[in-house]
Design a protein. Structure first.
Lengths: 92, 247
């Protein structure tokens, strides 16, 4: 299946703004992040605080819904999904 | 009815949307939370546009390091309260509007008391715990909350319009810890300007608010992007009744 990935703000400093990725059936957000960290050196350190623990500013949206409300890293991927990696700005 | 002076003052924007809608702006009570880079930019544009009442809330005094991004302050203002100084600067810009400075932090008094009677809120805050307090209260009171935030050359805007749009927690479920964030005036200028554009659109019924997408500025690549946002049915602020935590 094909998934479209979009990166925003500071994530663009270590990866492409957007890309398409292919995955086998049964893949999850965790599979996607594994693929991205393998492809982009420095991304793993930027987004993971430890194994299986995302840094507090990392927000991942599947088709507009934060995966926090779905199944987190275990959220399954579906063909045609748009996955956004978004580090919110906080300053004023 | 607009006075003769008001018709002259606002004639170039009356030519965009007409006298009735200019009157709507004048009748709108706008709360600006934070008088830093975003808040001072937003309050300035709002005063220029003729918002009839602007309440500006901030707990801090002006520091030298504020002068790179906070449009309303001058070197001689260092050490003065930001809310009061902003209020004087706004009144000097437009003496026909009411400006109410409040020297307080969000959360030190019941938030509903701060927003009661206001028509919309502009988020010029610099931390998520305060944003959530205010955004949740605004949602529960049915008041639009125009979220803005910056980090360096990046920024974002999202207009929360209860009861139909998503809320802030649908996008960012957990408040980020309070940290010092790099800020530059060119970014707060753009984001604060977009926030007031949203306020003007809401006040005049012009166009559609940015309420189903997050609008993102990438100042490094000079691009803007849209990030689709879906309302979360289980959200405890804007979700279905059975999931909401009573206010």
């Amino acid at each position: 299946m094909k998934v479209h990935v979009k990166a925003f703000a500071t994530f663009r400093e270590v990866m492409d703004n957007q890309l398409d990725m292919e995955f086998p059936e049964g893949a999850s957000i965790r599979t996607l992040l594994d693929g991205l960290t393998e492809r982009y050196g420095g991304l793993g350190e930027l987004i993971f605080a430890g194994p299986d623990t995302l840094r507090d500013f990392v927000n991942i949206l599947k088709n507009g819904r934060n995966v926090y409300f779905l199944a987190g890293l275990d959220t399954p991927l579906d063909d045609g999904d748009v996955i956004a990696l978004f580090p919110p700005a906080a300053g004023g | 009815m607009l006075s003769k002076e008001q018709k002259e003052r606002y004639k170039w924007q009356i030519s965009i949307f007409g006298e009735d809608r200019q009157e709507n702006i004048g009748n709108t009570r706008l709360l600006v939370a934070g008088a830093g880079g975003l808040g001072s930019t937003a309050a300035l544009f709002a005063a220029m546009a003729g918002f009839g009442t602007i309440r500006i809330i901030d707990p801090d005094c002006i520091e030298e390091s504020n002068l790179n991004s906070q449009l309303l302050y001058r070197e001689a203002d260092v050490g003065r309260q930001r809310a009061e100084t902003a209020s004087k600067a706004l009144h000097a810009m437009n003496s026909s509007i009411n400006v109410e400075p409040v020297f307080a932090a969000i959360g030190t008094a019941p938030v509903r008391n701060l927003i009661r009677g206001f028509d919309m809120v502009i988020d010029g805050l610099d931390n998520y715990p305060a944003r959530f307090l205010l955004a949740d209260a605004a949602w529960q009171c049915g008041i639009p909350f125009i979220h803005g935030a910056v980090k360096g050359f990046y920024g974002q805007v999202f207009t929360i319009t209860p009861p139909t749009s998503s809320c802030l927690r649908c996008i960012i479920p957990n408040p980020l810890p309070v940290r010092e964030i790099p800020v530059i005036g060119v970014t707060t200028g753009v984001i604060g300007g977009v926030q007031v554009t949203e306020a003007i659109k809401l006040a005049t019924g012009t166009g559609l608010p940015i309420s189903d997408h997050l609008w993102l500025l990438d100042g490094i690549r000079q691009k803007s992007d849209w990030l689709r946002i879906e309302r979360i049915p289980t959200c405890h602020v804007c979700g279905k009744d059975e999931y909401r935590i009573p206010a």
